[in-house]
Design a protein around this ligand. Sequence first.
Ligand code: GLU
Length: 465
Amino acid sequence: MIRTRFAPSPTGFLHLGGARTALFAWAYARRHGGTFVLRIEDTDVARSTPAAVKAILDAMDWLGLAYDEGPYYQMQRMDRYRAVIADMLGRGLAYRCYMPATELDELRAAQMAAGEKPRYDGRWRPENARANGLVPPEGVAPVIRFRNPDEGMVAWDDRVKGHIAVANAELDDLVIARGDGTPTYNFCVVVDDIDMAITHVIRGDDHVNNTPRQINIHRALGHEPPVFAHVPTVLGEDGQKLSKRHGAVSVMEYEAAGYLPEAMVNFLARLGWAHGDDEVFGPGDFVGWFELDAISAAPSRFNTDKLHWLNQEHMKRMPSADLGARLVPYLVRAGLDAAAGPDPGEVAVLLRDRVRTLAEMADAAHYFYATPHPSPDRVAEHLNDHNRPAVKGIADAFADLPWTREAIAQRLKSEAAKHGLKPPQLMMPLRMLVAGTTQTPSLDAVLALLPREAVRSRIAAGLPL
Ligand code: GLU
């Protein structure tokens, strides 16, 4: 049974890189009929906030990344970590280290001065302390260190990065609990991954350096480590790493801007993963195709044009009623009353080729839900002696025809011909009068979606006497 997890630290919003990691962990579980666990790593009490937890949950919810278990909160598992530490102390897998921070700093400085890698020298390992006659000083709260193996290699076959091996001699004895007794990050992760029976750890490759230490703790606790897949970073448009200071924005800003979650999932999936030449696909396809081995080991780059294109493609493929339902909240945010105009599904279908996002669509749909009031000057720009009689007469010409797109198109054509005009000479002023803009889809389609009387009164109201 496959079990994956997403383990965000709630210190900020969910940005693209985090969302992509969550998506891959989710998809792998779904692909294999497994379980997707959400774990909130909130042990950094100073930086973790309930607002950040909510932001992460909202973003996952919007993207459709439903978890099967959790959220587990590390802060609620402190007793469990303490119990494991006590057990490790009892079994000699960990020991108390009384080295003051100042001494450790001196040791590191000396090692660096000698051109060595700074590392704790194991002086409080029980046998060393005994040999050197070290006695626990009074009043010093010790840290607890994990007794890392001295020899051999720690290695794993990363499903993205391939075989990675590190000599144990490179790793010092990791602090697993601080002087105040609080367990440290790398330790909690291992206890959690064991307790939550995680089979596949899919996470950002900023954690690669933690993995050998975590593997050693797994083994010390009598467990074979899970499979690891370290996913490369997402770079910004400029090839620089996305960070909170540089280009990283909340996933929810894409929601606010009117991207479809399907398009976002499609976009995130293609950041560092591919399935042949498939570019436009839904979450279901992605789950059906997703394999860890197809994740690229190279960093991927964010591309706004591609996101726009994918969003349009998803809008074009969506059934009109669905797209209309997606449009409604954006109409509301634009201050429009969706009930005051035509079926949003029909409006959406008319506009979707012309806009990149639902927010742009709501903007472009303005005149369907609110009466525009073009200034007399703007109307006058499109009127001249030549076309004025035709425009003035059109309200009457619309009075008697069946109110369908075809009939309207016919009537516009015949009225233009009757007055010796090319169709645009009649249609541009009509667009301005009815929509308050000349940027509209096919005028016959726009008019057909509005009630005939609304069209006639907008024309009458906007025309100079
Ligand atoms: N909490 C870590 C982070 O937010 C993830 C740890 C993990 O996936 O093992 O980067």
